[in-house]
Design a protein around this ligand. Structure first.
Ligand code: GLP
Length: 241
């Protein structure tokens, strides 16, 4: 595991965006595994800026997102579909037909998950998977659990995640309780993994996830076993180590 320490959030965003743009330049038809949350917003902004300057071309890129809330329509501003359009897809020349997220409006969880596993396989797996880190060590929506769930599955979000996401919704009641997420197996099969972390509030979990024992109680800890992981984190997030 390689750890790149950055000065602050902006520096983290720029360095992480550099790694993604290097991936696109090396393999223009690459498959990017993308993430939501507030941490990657700055790096998406940076990618858009480079695209607008003519330095990046997304025309052959395919994307598969980590997760989606169950029960939110694509038009819902809190859906991850909306987030991806708003933060990246509508600002660059990515072919919308090649952007994929789990279908949050599919009520049949088994179908939604089987379909999504099929999509990841059909695109040939993930070249570079971007990840944020939840306060309880979740990646995607893989919550602490007594075993690592391998494929795409439907999760009941933990109270800590519901609370963390509360700020985006009108009320506590409006926060979805379930989501479809890629499993740990889908993530670990990615050829490269890029984790972005920012802020002092993540310092404790950074220490546990990347320097503690590998356990499904801290889902991100499994990344210690992946052969090609790069963590780009700011000083504040690394202040616990
Ligand atoms: C959500 C997403 C995760 C993300 C996490 C952390 O739960 N499903 O993919 O990593 O939030 O979000 P933030 O970057 O806002 O701290």
């Amino acid at each position: 595991m390689k750890i790149i320490k950055t000065k602050d959030y902006q520096d983290m965003s720029r360095k992480a965006a550099n790694l993604i743009s290097a991936q696109i330049m090396m393999k223009p038809e690459c498959v990017l595994g993308l993430a939501t949350g507030s941490t990657p917003v700055g790096l998406y902004r940076q990618l858009v800026e480079w695209y607008q300057k003519g330095d990046l071309d997304f025309s052959k890129v395919t994307s598969v997102n980590l997760d989606e809330y169950k029960g939110l329509t694509r038009e819902n501003e809190q859906s991850y579909y909306y987030f991806m359009n708003d933060n990246l897809f509508q600002h660059v020349n990515i072919d919308k037909k090649r952007t994929h997220l789990p279908d949050g409006m599919e009520p049949d969880s088994d179908k939604a998950c089987t379909d999504y596993n099929g999509i990841i396989e059909a695109v040939g797996g993930i070249d570079l998977q971007l990840l944020g880190l939840g306060h309880n060590g979740h990646i995607g929506f893989n919550e602490p659990c007594d075993h690592f769930e391998l494929g795409t599955h439907c999760v009941d979000l933990t109270e800590s995640t519901i609370q963390a996401n509360r700020r985006f919704f009108e009320s506590y009641e409006a926060v979805p309780r379930q989501a479809y997420t890629m499993g740990i197996g889908n993530i670990m099969k990615a050829r490269k993994i890029l984790v972005v972390v920012s802020g002092e509030d993540k310092a404790e979990i950074v220490k546990k996830a990347f320097f503690g024992p590998v356990t499904p109680q801290v889902p991100a800890s499994i990344l210690q076993l992946h052969p090609d992981v790069c963590v780009v984190a700011d000083e504040a997030a690394l202040s616990g180590i």
